[in-house]
Every structure is written in structure tokens, then in C-alpha cells.
Design a protein around this ligand. Sequence first.
Ligand code: 1GP
Length: 248
Amino acid sequence: GKTELRLNADIEKRGALFAVLLDPDTSDEAAFVKAGSMAAENGADLLLVGGSYLGNFTLPKQVAALKAAVDLPVILFPGGASQVVPGFDAMLFMTLVSGRNPNYLIDEQVRGGALVRALNMEAIPTAYQLINSGKRTTVEYISNTMPVPANKPKLSMVNSIAAELMGMRYVYLEAGSGAEEPVPVEHIAYTRKSTEMTIITGGGIKDPQTAAVRVAAGAQIIVTGTLWEKVNDPALLKEFAAAIHVKG
Ligand code: 1GP
């Protein structure tokens, strides 16, 4: 699809991309659009929109307002089929491959897939893996799955290999929103050396250096969300972009 091609070309050009996650549950429309515009003006390459339990009543309106304000790809990062709504450039069509809960391996995809097709929405097949990051995370609780142990990077690697063989092109190594610790670099490095999938990582990334070492290990899209709910700092956004855009 068009958005996936644009992301891949941008990765080629900049080395890695800086994504800002906007949670429509935690802000009203004006704050949501303002956060997205500020990210866009200070070096973000794409915006992800999602949350574990958001409803879809106001989402299409929020997305339309965001799309009107920014020129970046706006990508749905859904917590379930109920979040498939019109207006996005694309969505991460995810399977929770680190878990063994059939609801998040196939049920939500069956419920959401027909809707994705009806909306003619671009879907980027993505293997989603939750990596243990200290305290229990919302996604662990909501998905009722066990994360990959932090000290077992070969386990996320074998999940990644299986996902690639099943045709997935992106893999999201996730510590969970607001995680105490980000995904350990070994998980990124093992998936990088064993697959050619585009690696997204996020959860608990709070400074540019933490992002940079993950890019060096092979991550191509760095996601930050929670940080921007607490700090409102254009200079810090720019520092993240500079640390991530290793090709300048
Ligand atoms: C969560 O990886 C994203 O799905 C971002 O995490 O909110 O901790 O930045 P944070």
C-alpha cells in the first residue's frame, strides 16, 4: 500500500523514523489535534492513534480533525476490532504473536477484517509482541496474555521468525504504554539478525539516548506516547528526531 511504501522509503532515507502515539481516550479533540500538530512541527515522521480500550463514537471526528491539521501518515494502532473506523491512512493489522490467547491471535482479526475491507483501508500486517518491562501493563491485563520474559530475547526472535514466515512485514516489540523499562536491546538485535521485517519498538522510552541505542540495535520506528502527556517540549521532540534520524 501507499502508506507502507512511504514509510519504507522514509526509513531508507532517514535511517529510522520517529512516531508519536496519541491516545484519543486521554484528551479532548482540541488537545489531541494540538499534540499531533506539535509532534508534526518538531520532527515526528508519523502519528499512531490507539489505546487499549477506546471506543469509536468520537474517533472518526478526532481523526478527521487531526488529518486536516497535519501532513504526516496517521496510522491506526488498534486495541481491537471495535476501533476500526474510517479516516486513517492505514492501520497496523496486528496479531499478538507473543501471546497464546486465540482472541488476539485470530478472533479480533476476523471481526475487524471485513470492516477493514469494506472501508478499503490499507492494512500493514504486523506481529505484535509484548516484552516484560517490570510492572504489569494494561495490554497484559486486557489481552490476558503473558509477555515474553525480558531476559529471553531468543523467545521474541522465534516468534518474529514464525510471523515473517506467515507473511507479516512489520514487528512491534512493545514494553507497554507507560512501561517502567523499555524493550531490552537484545530483543531488537535478535529479531534484526533473524528477519527482514520492519521493527517498531515502544513503551517506556523517555529520552533520546534510549531511542538511539534501539535504532543502533536495528529498530526502524521508535514510538513514544506517555512522555508527551507529561511534557510539552518542542526542543525535546527535536532531540528525539535528531537521535532517531541517523541518516540525517
Ligand atoms: C505503547 O509503545 C507505545 O503502545 C508507547 O509507549 O506510552 O510508554 O511511550 P509509551
